[in-house]
Design a protein around this ligand. Structure first.
Ligand code: GTQ
Length: 352
């Protein structure tokens, strides 16, 4: 940077002065200023990373026999970004991602916590989550919200292993020293029919009594994949040249993001045509619902196939392309809602 001034270093100061500062719990800002406020763009420790499902699945199945549900509560392997230190349990600086296994007949007991969470179903039939008494089935590709401080437990009525992806804002909540959980009694299922989804099954038409109701903060808790895919397929038919279909999951009462910190979207990559995402300030995690292809994230080439999961740091350049004969569907988690609330979310329009 041409106008970048070189600032004084800690070593330039007399050692006894620095020690005197330390003894008083003080530090000079100027040697740390460029670290705290780097010029032009953030310095991200988050590394472009891929977790192949072919690697994760066998380890998760092994956990199925090594860790009984009673000893685990949640049988999860966490997707840890090596750039952030894997013991910090972060896929990006703000996003936690786990892969959870539940076996037939098991129950992951009721609890609630300050981090907000979602489930995105990856494999198996018969799994469900109960949120505040409402039973939410989990079929492949379904998105289930378990918002902050809402009671939730998971069960399994099918016959094969069920695996889903968990995304939580845990790193954010941990960093503000606000993370904790409470254990609850087993749910009484008051709504076995996923009524929240029924209320909003058709855009623009809701049960009449909704007009006399107070707005709920989380009116829709389950977003079935079949609806999302149908919307992507319909949009993909009327794209401008070079465009791609990308839909956001929203709160149907506000039209805005459905959780306070994390945002969810899905996109469809056309066959044989690379797509460059607009560079933006949010970090993100991409999960491949189906198809295979190549992601290039800040110059790192990461070939992907079905059920693989990728992490991209803030401000990343991301190009995606399908390599097979089938279109690619991708589910995206980002921290744009938090960044918007902080007034720092930016989209950069330049293409490289
Ligand atoms: O299923 O409630 O991956 O509480 C981490 C924490 C899943 C869950 C995780 C959790 C859950």
């Amino acid at each position: 940077m041409s106008n970048e001034k070189t600032l004084g270093r800690l070593e330039d100061l007399p050692a006894d002065y620095v020690q005197g500062l330390r003894d008083r719990n003080l530090m000079p800002l100027w040697p740390a200023l460029r670290n705290a406020l780097p010029h032009e763009r953030p310095v991200a420790a988050t590394r472009p990373t891929i977790w192949h499902y072919a690697d994760v699945r066998p380890q998760l199945m092994a956990a199925g026999s090594l860790a009984p549900i009673e000893k685990a509560e949640r049988r999860v392997l966490v997707l840890c970004n090596p750039g952030l230190g894997i013991e910090t349990l972060r896929a990006t600086a703000s996003i936690y991602i786990g892969m959870q296994l539940i076996l037939p007949g098991e129950l992951a007991p009721n609890h609630r916590h300050t981090p907000s969470a979602i489930r995105f179903a990856v494999e198996g039939r018969g799994g469900y989550t109960v949120v505040n008494g409402e039973k939410l089935p989990m079929e492949k590709g379904d998105l289930i919200l378990t918002p902050a401080l809402n009671w939730h437990e998971h069960g399994h009525e099918g016959s094969d292993p069920v695996i889903w992806l968990d995304a939580l804002d845990l790193p954010i909540i941990t960093n503000i020293e606000a993370s904790y959980s409470v254990e609850g009694q087993r749910h009484v299922i008051e709504d076995p029919y996923n009524t929240s989804n029924l209320r909003f099954a058709r855009g623009g038409v809701v049960p009449y009594e909704m007009l006399n109701r107070q707005r709920a903060p989380y009116p829709l808790l389950r977003f079935p994949w079949c609806d999302v895919k149908a919307t992507l397929d319909a949009l993909a038919h009327r794209l401008p040249p070079g465009g791609f279909a990308h839909v956001a999951y929203v709160n149907p009462e506000t039209g805005r993001e459905c959780l306070p910190t994390l945002g969810f979207s899905a996109l469809k990559l056309p066959v044989g045509q690379p797509v460059e995402l607009l560079r933006q300030s949010a970090s993100m995690v991409l999960h491949v619902v189906s198809g295979e292809g190549l992601a290039v994230i800040d110059g790192h080439s990461l070939p992907f196939s079905e059920a693989d999961t990728l992490a991209a740091p803030t401000h990343a350049r991301i190009t995606l392309s399908s390599s097979g004969t089938e279109p690619v569907y991708i589910f995206v988690v980002d921290d744009a809602p938090l960044q918007r609330k902080l007034g720092i979310h930016q989209v950069f329009n330049e293409r490289s």
